[in-house]
Design a protein around this ligand. Structure first.
Ligand SMILES: NC(=O)c1ccc[n+]([C@@H]2O[C@H](COP(=O)([O-])OP(=O)(O)OC[C@H]3O[C@@H](n4cnc5c(N)ncnc54)[C@H](OP(=O)(O)O)[C@@H]3O)[C@@H](O)[C@H]2O)c1
Length: 333
């Protein structure tokens, strides 16, 4: 039985929702946060805080001591990270390694030493190969397109090595996460939604997954409580995929206005990608990465997670529809 849980990245979007889900279950929640993190909501909820950073081993061990389950959600990502990362700076590459890979290993070592009963790692759908089948099951080939995805895969390998050593672990691979507290996708999408016209490859009809942070948190809690989930990997996607066009439609329904979509063919987007990147960098910084060759490749193919494993093994079913989730997110923003 889980009595005490530690959440890393508790000041982030997924972290906040995970803390809320854990509090609802009655579990004693602790959080590992940075000295500069916004912890007002955690203090309000009476969460016990340990302050530290990736690499600070003393603080890490202090935080992990006396805990049953660790939800390792802290990570370094940017708006452009999943698109292939040709925009990644040396600083980004350094943080992918120190935060996403090394910090994971430091927490695993501490969890192993203190005999935790479960270590849950928030990975990403960015680990899958571009030619993976759609919908993509957890067993699909892994070949990340981006440096961010490679860092998540390297971290998964560390997690699996500790599983072999006897630490019960589990990996959750979310699609694009949104919800109140979103620092990346929703704010960028909102900037684009305020434009009068929006040129989109394939008319914005390419399928992709957006999952509400609260649903990912609920799935992670089920993973923590299920003995059979030790050593397993679970996709975290929504019930239904969306498209950029669908997203604009929901935005228009909620706001009463929205951009006019113009269809751009892939060859045209490749040809004018340079100009488009310059413009996008001004109106929605980070989104210009979608017009790099790797970004365009991603934008023009359907991406969808196969959610059968979580449904069959954990009886997990996402609750949020996109409309409900976006309504809540927009009002929080
Ligand atoms: N957002 C997505 O679409 C998405 C999709 C798939 C997977 N994921 C993964 O899900 C996890 C949570 O993502 P999110 O969207 O909630 O991100 P987020 O809002 O940016 O939260 C990231 C958390 O990590 C903490 N953190 C960053 N660098 C750290 C460091 N050096 N030492 C300690 N803590 C550090 C941040 O602390 P501060 O508050 O101090 O910045 C924050 O609490 C991440 O591992 C991410 O890779 C996200």
């Amino acid at each position: 039985m889980v009595t005490t849980a530690l959440v890393t990245g508790a000041s982030g979007m997924l972290g906040r929702h995970t803390v809320d889900v854990l509090l609802e279950t009655g579990v004693a929640v602790r959080a590992f946060v940075r000295p500069g993190s916004d912890v007002a909501h955690l203090r309000k909820d009476g969460i016990r805080l340990t302050f530290g950073e990736a690499g600070e081993l003393h603080a890490i061990h202090q935080a992990v001591q006396g805990v049953d389950v660790l939800f390792h959600l802290a990570g370094y990502l940017t708006v452009s990270a999943p698109f292939g990362g040709s925009d990644d700076s040396p600083g980004d590459l350094h943080r992918y390694q120190t935060v996403n890979v090394d910090f994971t290993e430091q927490l695993l070592a501490a969890a192993y030493e203190h005999g935790l009963s479960r270590f849950i790692f928030a990975s990403s759908n960015s680990v899958y190969a571009r030619d993976a089948p759609v919908p993509t099951p957890e067993t699909a080939p892994l070949e990340p397109l981006s440096a961010y995805g490679r860092s998540k895969l390297a971290a998964e390998q560390r997690v699996q090595a500790y599983q072999q050593r006897g630490l019960p672990t589990a990996i959750v691979r979310p699609a694009v996460i949104y919800g109140p507290g979103d620092r990346y996708f929703t704010p960028t999408a909102l900037r684009l939604a305020r434009l009068p016209i929006l040129p989109l490859v394939n008319g914005g009809n390419t399928l992709f997954d957006m999952v509400h942070a609260r649903d990912v948190a609920r799935l992670s809690w089920r993973v923590a409580c299920n003995d059979q989930a030790a050593g397993r990997i679970y996709n975290a996607g929504p019930g239904q995929p969306t498209t950029l066009r669908g997203l604009v439609d929901v935005y228009r329904d909620l706001k009463g206005h929205g951009p006019r979509i113009i269809t751009v063919s892939l060859p045209m987007a490749r040809r004018f990608g340079g100009l488009g990147r310059m413009l996008l960098a001004r109106v929605a910084p980070g989104a210009e990465a979608a017009l790099t060759p790797q970004g365009l490749a991603l934008m023009s193919q359907d991406l969808r997670l196969d959610m059968r494993r979580a449904a069959e093994e954990l009886d997990y079913h996402p609750r949020f529809t996109l409309e409900e989730g976006l309504r809540e997110t927009l009002s929080a923003l």
